[in-house]
Write a new protein. Sequence first.
Length: 608
Amino acid sequence: MCGIVGYTGPKQAQTILLDGLARLEYRGYDSAGIVTLAGNQLKLRKKAGRITELDALVTRQPATGTCGISHTRWATHGGATDVNAHPHVGGDGEVAVVHNGVIENYTVLKRQLQERGFVFRSQTDTEVIAHLIASYLQDDLVEAVQKAAAHLTGTYGLAVISPRFPGTIVGARLGSPLVVGLGDGACYLASDASALAGHTQRVVYLNDHQLCVLTPERWQVLNGDRHDIDAEIETLHWSPDDADKGDFEHFMLKEIYEQPEVLERAMAGRLDQSEATAHFGGLNLSPRELREVNRIVMTACGTSYHAGILGEYLFEQFARIPVEVEYASEFRYRNPPLDQNTVVLGITQSGETADTLAALRESKRKGQRTLALCNVVGSTIARESDGGVYLHAGPEIGVASTKAFTAQVTVLTLLALYLGRMRHISYAAGKRIIAELQGMPDIIRETLKCHDQVKEVAHKYQHVSNMLYLGRQYLYPMALEGALKLKEISYIHAEGYPAAEMKHGPIALVDEDTPSVFLAPHGAVYDKVMSNLEEIKARGGPVIAVACEDDEEIAARADDIIYVPSVPDYLQPLVVAVPLQLLAYHIALLRGCDIDKPRNLAKSVTVE
């Protein structure tokens, strides 16, 4: 959720820290701050609001020094104020701390520290960490951090500096990501590798219960017993251009238009024409082991959860494997019976989603094999799962996921084909599916031509307070996803339903001010959907239809129509995703919303 950037080296730190924070804006935040070491003094600057306000403050009051840490905060304990913004100072200016995560026992620790005379100025749980480290600080900053961490219950990614240890940054991780960047005579620390783009391509990812000690000349990674770890140096594949909007007004729109290329990358090297199947290099399960799988549990949150529901439909149709889809936040606290032939598949864009990570860890603890669909190389979920598949969607900056969702659906379709060819799908059917998949990038390019139609619909309905999204079979999860996109960035209340469920209660919501978006391209349940559409029309509800280009029947009944190309049922989600994303985008644009950084949301949800 929040962002951490640290630097120690020969250059002035404030410019590097502010640049890194700007690269982390997409993660979501409501305040920002930096602290640098100038001799034996801490130069603390922090401000509620956007990074531009912090930048203006630092311009007026520079934070000099060549070592520093910085933070963008998404409020959990205490409101978005200057005082609650990070960094926080412990003791009598002995340490400064930035923190991602949540400390669950902070009230007990705070009371104990107050009884010892420590004075608190903020409402945050993080200030407890700062004072706790200060209480242990003697001759060794690493020892003080380690002792303080032993008292913390919850999750943390920490960066700590002290005037008594100039040029040194200590980091610690439990449940919240940290990555070390290795430069030429400099070291960096960040919660997200994107903050290091343009500074270094050599990175080290910390694991839970590990610490790092960084100086300009030296770096160490230590385990919980403070023994050196021979950490693996990896190559960072981010570049500064990945965070460039190009000719687009917003990252979300850019990423919607990148989806044809995303499909091509997701399929590249994974389709086998000779065997009429797909291949994956990272599953770490043999064909024999995969044939023995008799049940799959998919676990995810938000948009990834909707991709999982589509995966359920695909796997059951193609591979005849029973699938359950669970919200990770619920699954982690349940105790469902899972046999040894059940695989748990986590779906995540960031690879750091706290609930999904916890669900996979709990599954591994109970002996289940875990797989992951993930977009971020080197992320915690990617490293901790038994196997998995990268999405290759490229960095997604907009908080509301678009191209990563498309990549998830594409990879799930490939996996369904792969498992299906092991069990039930014929060679001829496999060849047909491959051909249909290979044609999808161009079909999505054609679908993007609906943009002007979507704009007109958005102008007409920008002022509504409620919308319904309705679909059946493969398009039911897309109704959920379309409603979520509208909620996320336009702040309009929207709900997605299976179209036939309307008559079981939600139809009471229908009136002339509540439009319904029907996902109704030609398919196996088209006639059923048309009957559901008539039920809405009979009650005076406006109907927006997403339908095939040659559909005169629905054009005569809907109030507004957005045309998409005709494709097989199982590929319709990829096609209808485009107008649903564009509709949410343009309504939000007309309402003056912050599209790439919607209120209260974060790109990577690393707290529970």
